[in-house]
Design a protein. Sequence first.
Length: 364
Amino acid sequence: MVTISLCMIVKNEEDVLERCLNSVKDLVDEINIVDTGSTDKTVEIAKQYTDRIFFFQWTGKFKDARNESFKFATKDYIFYLDADDVLLEEDRKKLKYLKETLDSNVDSVSMFYNAGVDEYGNVTLRYRRNRLLKRTRNFQWKGDVHNYIEVSGHIINSDIAITHLKNSHAVRRNLSIYESKIKNGDVFTTRDYFYYGNELRENGHFQDAIESYNKAVERKDGWLEDKIYSCVFRADCYRLLGDKEKERSSLFLALELAKTPRPEICCRIGYNFQQGSDYYSAVFWYELATTLPDDPNKWSFTYPAYSTWYPHQQLCVCYYHLQDFEKSYMHNEKAREFRPTDERILFNQKLLESKRKSLSSLSK
């Protein structure tokens, strides 16, 4: 059986650190925690789980702190978590089995990262990350904000998921890091332009975000997935700025780059047509979104809502406008399977039940 070093970087995580460590403490053989300047009880909590606590002066770059944490690992494999991550019980069992059966020739094991979960337990954002790393390969973190690990060799994909239960999202902090990079004259990669666009969009700077996404799309280098989602999120900015034509054009470019339809693209195209009261066209794209198979080996972003409750909810609305109340009701019920107490869905349910009863009485 292989051994595992947990490596973490923390700062002012007193509200979540205990929850994280309780979910993994019995699955790892060593816990290394690097504190980057906590002023709360984070270090005190950490000491309840390990005496391997180290301190690192924050440099403004996450990669520096993450790479520092890896230096203290002494076991066969390195496993990393953020303080607001947890392993749910099913995933704890899977990790235990993986540890017991893993071939030591494996260099890295990727796992799902459930980066968002709604109030009903539905995953809202999922992607893969190299999560369990062979220590002797000395893999390094890259990137100043949205980091990634340069990994090579024998890599396997597991179905284990790390669940992110963040209390808040410090988007302004990340935006400041990118602004510092610009001030310092740092060269931006395609990835930088994509993530900088995301930070601008999340802070409401839609026109600036569009310009950053444009640069990501226009570059000849970079990961295709970053270009695809630059088009998708650029379309969101155009929609919020009220430019429906550019929104649709950006979405069709995303579709062209992706080569095959994706639920995240289809639902947005459907909504664009729906906003123009072209319900027949909207129905086509929403229904397509519900039929597309999920690829468990996909590494880029997946937003499960766009293939589950969301298109069904919108199909409910579209069919209502098309006066097909039976189909409207059917899709609302499918949406309710995922969000059983959603007020909007329950409102639709009552409205449509009333409509169906009225039509039934008229037909008698």
